[in-house]
Every structure is written in C-alpha cells, then in structure tokens.
Design a protein. Structure first.
Length: 318
C-alpha cells in the first residue's frame, strides 16, 4: 500500500521518531509542501493521504483512483470535503488531544506576558534604557497581579479545562461560559457555568478555546468588546476566525481593550497588509500559530496518525 504526506514541512519530521509511520505502509512519498495545482497529481494512485492544511476536495478524491483513507495530521478537518469522502467511501480520521499540554502552556505564557510586560521590559533593556536609568529599575510599563483577578473561559473542552486549572493555580477566579449554543440564547442554563453576558462583563482575562463554526465566526465583535471590562485582556489560541480582527485593532488603539495575545489569525500566513500587523497597535502579542508545536506534541500527533492507519488496516483485515 502507498501513502503520501502532502505537507510534511508542517511537522519538521527530522526532529521526530518517524519509524511507526514509515512501518505502517509499504511505501511512502513525503512532500515538504504541496500547492493546489500539485495535489491531484501527487495523490494519484495513493491508498492513504496525510494532510495537515492542504485542501482535499471532491475533484481530488474522484481523480485519486485508489484513495481509501485520508489522515488529518491535526484535529481540524475543515480542509477536507467530508461529505465527498463519505459518498466515495473514503475514511477520514483525525487526531485529538495531542496538544493537551502544549497549548495550555502557551496560553499561560501569553497571559503572563500581557500581565507582566516582560517582553517590553526585555526590549527596553536591550535598547540600553536600563543602563541609562537614574534608578535601579524600570517602571514604564504597568504590571498587574493575576491573583484575585477573574479568568473567563469560552470553550470548555480538554484545553479550556486545563487552562482553567492553570488560572486557579494563580489564585484567579475562573468563570466558564455556558455551552456555545448560548451565544445566541444567553438565557440557556448550564450547571456550573455562567451566561456569556456575565462572563464578558466580569472577566479581567478572556481566553478562547472554542471551535470555529458559522455560529461562532467573529462572535468577538465590536459589541462584545464594548461589553468587556475596561482594560481586560483577550487571549486566542483557538481559531482566528472567532475574532473580528479590525474591531480588536481599534479596541487596542482606543484603550478599551487592555491587551490582546493571539496565536491564530483568520488568514495564515497573514498578508503584510493584515489589520493586526500594523506597528501602531499597542499591547498586542502575535505568535505564528505555534502553541501546538512542542516536539512532544508533534510526536504525539505523528504517533496518532500512525495509530489511525494501523487501526484502519486492522478493521479492514489488511
């Protein structure tokens, strides 16, 4: 059986143990990147295709000929036409839970950076401002203690739950938003949770861990930001499309939002003209969608893909 990995560069395989994956099939073709124009040719004759972000549509699947299994080297499958795969009897499998340590760690780092402003103080030191100071320290950027502050979690799956525990470890009060269905019906009651309207007005920090869907797209909009506590912090390590990015840029410029730290944007990689890449936006941290990229996390993900292939073969008695 032949397998194809369309965008192996996303995993930096040279740092990982690939033996389980290689042993899962008779032959593998690895491509660092694959453009839309190259996809059909590269998957022709393949039994198994691995994709992280390369789009696989109905036309690709119909022309592939031998395709039986698509492995998403990720949790999300929005780049795969799932309906077409079902109609063509092609199995699609993803990997969940691999970034359960890495993403919460990155989320905490972003919260701490906005609260302590260490990244700005580091820049000041390297620019020589500490050496020029008339006193023993610098006090130019306001630092806040997180203890006693309120952390609002929107999206309470495995990642949201872990971030909540990290917040509690910092002596923060934690609020969890009601089910995402409550975005349109804020009177919906969920035990142990609070309405979204309450969370956004009481939280000093709001962290997003929810999926992107038609219901959640750009739900962090101008009205949401206006309802937040003045000076509150926004963290997004989920999906860029959850946020109205121009509204966030404006809220940071006018001081309504105290700070934002985003690991994801609506377009990745972003164009140079992206509204959040302007240099005049204060108190903004953007990391390049790398909350998940620890070596340990990537190894778990790769092992998950190999296990999906192994289990699929077992089910087929291959």
């Amino acid at each position: 059986m032949r397998g194809v990995f369309l965008d192996a560069m996303t995993m930096k395989l040279g740092e990982l143990d690939t033996q389980a994956l290689i042993n899962s099939l008779d032959h593998w073709d690895f491509y660092e990147t694959t453009s839309a124009a190259q996809t059909a040719e590269r998957i022709a004759g393949a039994d198994v295709v691995i994709t992280n972000k390369v789009v696989l549509n109905r036309a690709h699947m119909e022309r592939a000929g031998s395709l039986k299994l698509i492995c998403a080297c990720a949790t999300g499958t929005n780049n795969i036409d799932l309906e077409a795969a079902r109609n063509l009897d092609i199995s699609v499998r993803n990997v969940q839970g691999y970034a359960g340590a890495s993403v919460p760690q990155h989320t905490l780092a972003l919260i701490l950076a906005l609260a302590s402003r260490w990244h700005q103080y580091h820049q000041d030191v390297m620019a020589g401002r500490w050496s020029q100071s008339e006193i023993f320290c610098l006090l130019d950027h306001p630092v806040v203690e997180l203890a006693g502050k309120t952390l609002g979690i929107i999206g309470y799956g495995a990642l949201g739950q872990r971030v909540a525990k990290l917040g509690e470890a910092l002596d923060m009060r934690v609020l969890v938003a009601e089910s995402l269905r409550g975005i349109k019906r804020e009177d919906r009651k969920c035990e142990g949770r609070v309405p979204l309207a309450q969370l956004k007005t009481e939280s000093d920090v709001i962290s997003l861990h929810c999926p992107l869907s038609p219901q959640t797209e750009k739900f962090i909009n101008r009205a949401f930001l206006d309802a937040m506590k003045p000076g509150a912090l926004l963290i997004n390590t989920a999906r860029g499309g959850l946020v109205d990015e121009e509204a966030v840029a404006d809220a940071l410029r006018n001081g309504k939002l105290g700070g934002a730290a985003l690991d994801v944007l609506s377009e990745e990689p972003p164009p140079a003209s992206h509204p959040l890449l302007s240099r005049d936006i204060p108190n903004l941290i953007i990391t390049p969608h790398n909350a998940w990229i620890s070596r340990e996390s990537r190894q778990r993900l790769l092992n998950g893909v190999a296990n999906n292939i192994k289990n699929w073969k077992r089910e087929l008695h291959v």
